[in-house]
Ligand binder design. Structure first.
Ligand code: HEM
Length: 529
């Protein structure tokens, strides 16, 4: 009887979803019919589709929203008649934790379970185990993996972000050593100073009479792109010029669309597996656009390198090391260069907006940064390895901003051994979402958690909280761009604060676009000092 109710509910839901798709004009009728047919077939065999066995039974003991056969429960929250929108995913997680406690289960299509955690001890167990692992497992982005498999002309594997095991290890050890080396990063400092100066000029150029800069987020993304190209290609590409290059606009749109489409395909209903949904089409369009645009610059840099060589030897190291990596196909080297550049645009742009927002709202902290910068580097001197290392308060402000507004609010992992979390048994092979951001806002972990208090990072706090504030992830799968981004942020923030008093009217709104993102446009005030 219970099964019959579930099947009926499933069939009714199918019809509602089909109705939704029918309302989208560019979705072909044939796909709708195919969808309906497949759903009816699935409903008929629904009992055999139910995930059974000790693995699923163990995970089903974890509380979570009510789920129905076949569809699970996730869609109920984010579909067009559910209470949440995918762009507010961060808010829905807050509510779900309030409803179910520190651990809860979601079910995706075919009742595939995903476990969400935020308890400090649980996070330390899961991320600590992952940090000790030789080949840590992070669930791949299924849709990107699927698309890349269909393009053997461009990729021989899924790429560093989505590969696992031996192939991931080979890519990681061959393609990223220079990127993660502190010594190599420090050689970029002189060039980073120039990039930061150009960024300040761009801010001045875009300032209105009252010193406000509208759409600052767009400028911040341009800074991310210019510095990522400088790092990866070893040359400046001029994205901080005063006139907006139409290519830049196209690339910025493609990067944003790629994140949004990843969110919709990853967190929404996975109908892209049955037919090309609008989100899937958007994803491949943006993947192609990013590949085509960045590819042009990579090919130019390759040609430069053959013409021995207009590249500056100090900053070309990363590019050369990737090109010379042994045992890696040239398609994958090119794919990695493109992925690395794309990875540095919006992640950096969002992070810079968040740090500036927080110091704009905390002017005492901002003045402390200013005094420290003048003290360690004077009013005009370049930032060097030594003086930037001495800017401890600047570092603390960045750390505190990672705690309060991280661009990556959760870390995903697949468990490699059985674990006990909050009293529940978690078998090996379970997919976990570690909600580090939610944990960072918990008073139990950080007193006055909602307040911006950089002073808390001037003691021993960093090590104690290493699995709570981990904006770049943990262990061997940690972001290879971490070292560079931290340096870039310090130089950029220090040079902005040295030149301007930063202000912000109102409150910054947030959206979830796979990354935590400021709602665009963001308007800041940059008053010259
Ligand atoms: C503010 C800037 C950035 C943030 C917040 C960020 C954050 C992250 C996070 C959270 C992860 C997942 C780590 C894990 O699962 O433990 C990651 C992975 C990754 N990031 Fe970044 N990232 C940033 C910039 C960059 C840059 C500049 C690059 C390019 C050099 C980059 C390339 C990558 C790659 C290739 C991975 C996958 C690594 C692997 O699986 O081995 N990221 N990033």
């Amino acid at each position: 009887m219970q099964d019959l109710k579930q099947v009926t509910l499933g069939a009714a839901t199918s019809l509602l979803i089909a109705k939704f798709y029918l309302s989208i004009p560019d979705t072909s009728t044939i796909f709708i019919l195919a969808l309906l047919l497949s759903l009816v077939l699935c409903a008929t065999f629904v009992k055999s589709l139910k995930q059974t066995g000790p693995y699923f039974d163990t995970l089903r003991k974890i509380p979570g929203p009510r789920s129905i056969y076949y569809f699970g429960n996730r869609w109920m929250y984010y579909s067009w008649f559910g209470p949440y929108k995918l762009n507010k995913l961060h808010e829905s997680y807050q509510d779900l934790f309030k409803m179910f406690g520190k651990i809860f289960r979601e079910e995706y299509l075919f009742n595939f379970p995903v476990i969400n955690i935020l308890d400090r001890d649980d996070l330390f167990l899961v991320l600590g185990a992952s940090a000790r692992s030789k080949f840590p497992l992070r669930p791949p982005n299924e849709v990107t993996s699927y698309y890349r498999k269909s393009r053997p002309d461009r990729y021989t594997n899924l790429g560093l972000v989505n590969e696992q095991g031996e192939i991931w290890h080979l890519l990681r050890t061959r393609l990223t050593p220079e990127l993660t080396s502190g010594r190599i990063m420090n050689r970029f400092l002189p060039e980073l100073n120039r990039v930061a100066e150009d960024f300040n000029s761009l801010i001045r150029h875009h300032s209105c009479e009252n010193h406000s800069v509208l759409c600052f987020d767009e400028l911040a993304n341009r800074m991310g792109l210019e510095s990522a190209c400088t790092l990866i290609l070893g040359k400046r590409l001029g994205f901080l010029g005063e006139d907006i290059d139409p290519i830049m606009t196209k690339l910025a749109v493609a990067v944003r669309e790629q994140f949004i489409a990843s969110r919709d395909t990853c967190f929404g209903l996975p109908f892209w597996k049955l037919f090309p949904t609008p989100a899937y089409l958007k994803l491949i369009k943006s993947e192609d656009a990013i590949y085509d645009i960045i590819s042009r610059y990579v090919d130019e840099a390759l040609a430069d390198e053959e013409d021995t060589c207009s590249l500056d030897t100090d900053v070309q190291t990363v590019f050369m090391s990737i090109l010379n990596a042994p045992d890696v196909d040239i398609r994958d080297k090119k794919g990695a260069i493109i992925d690395f550049i794309a990875a540095g645009i919006k992640t950096f742009g969002n992070t810079l907006v968040f740090v500036l927002y927080l110091i704009a709202k905390n002017t005492t902290c901002q003045e402390k940064i200013y005094e420290e910068i003048i003290n360690v580097a004077g009013p005009h001197q370049d930032f060097t390895t030594k003086n930037i290392q001495n800017a401890k308060y600047l570092k603390a402000c960045i750390e505190e901003s990672f705690r309060l507004l991280p661009t990556a609010p959760q870390i995903a992992r697949i468990t490699e051994t059985p674990l006990e979390l909050s009293g529940y048994q978690i078998p090996a092979g379970s997919v976990l979402l570690c909600h580090t951001w939610q944990a960072c806002l918990d008073e139990a972990n950080f007193p006055q958690a909602q307040e911006f208090r950089p002073e808390r990072w001037l003691g021993e706090e960093t090590e104690k909280n290493k699995f709570l504030v981990c904006p770049f992830g943990v262990g061997r799968r940690i972001c290879p761009g971490k070292r560079f981004t931290e340096l870039e942020l310090k130089v950029c923030l220090a040079s902005i604060v040295r030149e301007f008093k930063v202000g912000f009217n109102g409150t910054l709104n947030l959206e979830f676009e796979f990354l935590l993102t400021p709602t665009s446009p963001t308007s800041f005030i940059f008053e010259p000092r």
